[in-house]
Design a protein. Sequence first.
Length: 164
Amino acid sequence: MSSWAWARISIVLAEYWFHAPSSHLSSLGARCEFIDPAVTNYPELVAGVRSGVEVVVLEAMADGVEQISSVLAQRHNLTAVHVVSHGSPGRVQLGTSELSLETIDRYSWELQAWAESLTNTAELLIYGCEVAQGDRGWVFVNMLHSLTGADVVDSSPSRLTDSN
């Protein structure tokens, strides 16, 4: 997928999630959005965020998993955590770190700690190309679910455009 198409889909996703009617936002509960700065046109995503939705742009030259963990350690009762990043089957790029099947064990303690910030019905939505695709993606998503307790949803552009 071209970077232009990815950026356009990202903006559409942001418009859906960030520009929901205020009455809908209050029913969604507390949410935290993490955006990797390697995503094309990420400032447009940030600029479009409604008030009341916390957005964290990850530091490009730091471990993104550790950054997310640090923020989540200070939050409680989140109903959703959104991660916007580049990815591939079974892999998400977060700052200088790669969260993947090969590295998930290294981050298992941090991922388990995320559960302390989430409600029992929280979702972890991943916006990254093909993260949940194939066997690798399926195993990765299930491992994230097991570690965080969250319902992990692949919101990648390829999932959203399968009908095309």
